[in-house]
Design a protein around this ligand. Structure first.
Ligand SMILES: [Zn+2]
Length: 100
């Protein structure tokens, strides 16, 4: 466990210390509160209604807003696997999109 690192579902940064929304997020949604040092997303705060923004962002909106430099985009390839795509879809569907 000590050395395990996790991937940010927003930018693909692969050095997070905790699972952003819990290892078993579908059953036990548990945002880590960690702030991604690449895209500055605070899990459970920036990407949630009632958090930093009134309406909440989708992951894609957050990504477009915060990943403007090529340097920050270099991790996006880490999102190209089924596990990450599932998490992104789940978050967009169940958690983030609360716009009316
Ligand atoms: Zn990130």
């Amino acid at each position: 466990m000590e050395n395990k690192k996790y991937i940010c579902p927003v930018c693909g940064y692969d050095r997070l210390n905790e699972a952003p929304y819990g290892e078993d997020y579908k059953k036990n949604f548990n945002p880590s509160g960690e702030i991604c040092s690449n895209c500055n997303c605070e899990f459970g705060f920036d990407l949630e209604p009632g958090g930093a923004t009134k309406d909440g962002f989708t992951i894609e909106e957050y990504r477009n807003k915060h990943l403007c430099s090529p340097r920050r985009k270099k991790y996006l390839k880490n999102l190209e696997n089924e596990e990450m795509q599932n998490l992104i879809e789940w978050l967009d569907d169940k958690v983030i999109r609360h716009k009316s």
